[in-house]
Design a protein around this ligand. Structure first.
Ligand SMILES: [Zn+2]
Length: 329
C-alpha cells in the first residue's frame, strides 16, 4: 500500500482537510486524523492531472471531490503514470538532442537533399523542354553575341574533327556546335546549353594553337550536356523557392528555372564536382580519339590571362585533372 500526503476537498464545501490517500492494488481511501473522509473508491474511478514539474496536482474523484498533493514521485509510482510533459521537461538533453537533430536534418537537406532533387529534376526534364531552354537562353545571349568571323572553312574543319565526339553521345542529346563572336561581353569562352547547343566564341578559337585544343574544350562541354549540369544548377539555384509549386505539379514554374540559366552559364559557373565530371568525360572521350589529354589544359593556360573580360575559367573553375593534363605535356 502507498500513502500520499496532501489536502482533500470534498467538492461541496470550501473546507480542505489535511489528509492521507492510501492506495492499494484495487482501492483508494482518504483518511484524516479523525477517520475516513469518504467511502472507499475503486482506483480506476479516479483521474490524475498531468504532472508539471513539481507543481501540486489533483487526483479527481467522479463526484467532484479532489485530493491535492505535490508528492508527485509517489503519485507516479503508486498509479504507474508519468506525464509526458514532465518527462520532456525533465530531460533537457532530449530537447537539445531534438533541436540538434533538426539542425542536422535541415543542413543535410540543403547539402545533399536539394542537389539530389535538382539532379532528379534535371534528369527527368523532357527533351522538348530542354530544347525550349536552349532556344530561350540563346535568344538572350544573341543580344550580346555576334555572327562568327571565323572563316566557314575553318569552322567546318573544327566540326569535322569533333564528329566522333558528337556521334558518341546518345541520340537524345543533340550536340550542335555553334561559333559566335564574343567580343565585348563573352571573351574567350565556351558554354553548353541544356539540350546540347554548345557555343564557342571566336576569341577562344583564336587562342588555340592546335585544333585538338578546341576539340578538348568541346569534349568538356559535352560532358556538361550529358550530365545535365546546366539544368541541375538552375534547379538547385531556384529549388528552395520553387519547391511548393513543384510539389503541387505546377509545370509553368519550370520557366522560372529556365530564366536563371543565362546567369548560371555566364556568371555563377559550375561546381567543382560538375567540373570534375565534365573533365573526366573529356579525358575518356579524348583518349578514345587518341588525342593527348594535355590538350584540355593547354588552351586553358592561354585564355583568361590578360583578358579584361570574364572568361572561361570563371564559369569552369579549374580542377586538378586539368592542371595535371596541362602539365602532362
Ligand atoms: Zn566546365
Amino acid at each position: 500500500m502507498t500513502r500520499i500526503t496532501g489536502r482533500y476537498h470534498d467538492g461541496n464545501s470550501s473546507q480542505t482537510h489535511l489528509a492521507e490517500l492510501q492506495v492499494d492494488a484495487v482501492e483508494i481511501r482518504v483518511l484524516a486524523a479523525g477517520g475516513a473522509l469518504r467511502d472507499t473508491t475503486a482506483r480506476n474511478a479516479i483521474t490524475i492531472d498531468e504532472r508539471l514539474g513539481n507543481m501540486p496536482r489533483f487526483i479527481r474523484f467522479a463526484d467532484g471531490a479532489r485530493f491535492e498533493s505535490s508528492d508527485n514521485d509517489v503519485i507516479d509510482a503508486a498509479f504507474g503514470v508519468q506525464s509526458r510533459v514532465h518527462r520532456y521537461e525533465s530531460r533537457w538533453s532530449l530537447v537539445l538532442g531534438g533541436v540538434f537533430a533538426l539542425v542536422v536534418l535541415v543542413g543535410a537537406a540543403v547539402e545533399w537533399g536539394i542537389p539530389w532533387a535538382a539532379n532528379k529534376a534535371a534528369q527527368a526534364m523532357p527533351d522538348a523542354m530542354l530544347q525550349q531552354a536552349d532556344a530561350s537562353t540563346l535568344r538572350i545571349f544573341e543580344q550580346r553575341l555576334n555572327i562568327s568571323r571565323v572563316p566557314a572553312l575553318r569552322q567546318a574543319q573544327i566540326l569535322a574533327r569533333c564528329a566522333p565526339l558528337i556521334q558518341a553521345v546518345a541520340a537524345e542529346s543533340r550536340i550542335q556546335v555553334q561559333f559566335r563572336d564574343g567580343a565585348g561581353s563573352f571573351g574567350a569562352n565556351a558554354f553548353a546549353l541544356p539540350a546540347g547547343t554548345i557555343v564557342v566564341t571566336d576569341q577562344l578559337v583564336n587562342k588555340a594553337l592546335h585544333d585538338d585544343e578546341i576539340v578538348a574544350v568541346i569534349a568538356h562541354e559535352i560532358g556538361h550536356v550529358v550530365y545535365r549540369h546546366g539544368m541541375r544548377n538552375a534547379f538547385q539555384a531556384s529549388l528552395i523557392g520553387l519547391l511548393p509549386s513543384l510539389l503541387i505539379g505546377d509545370v509553368t514554374s519550370v520557366s522560372t528555372v529556365v530564366a536563371t540559366l543565362p546567369v548560371i552559364l555566364t556568371k555563377l559557373g559550375y561546381s567543382r564536382e560538375a567540373e570534375h565530371e565534365a573533365d573526366m568525360y573529356a579525358v575518356r572521350a579524348l583518349t578514345a580519339m587518341h588525342i593527348p589529354t594535355h590538350r584540355l589544359g593547354d588552351l586553358l593556360k592561354r585564355i583568361d590571362k590578360g583578358d579584361a573580360l570574364p572568361g572561361y575559367l570563371s564559369t569552369h573553375p579549374p580542377t586538378p585533372e586539368r592542371a595535371e593534363a596541362a602539365q602532362a605535356q
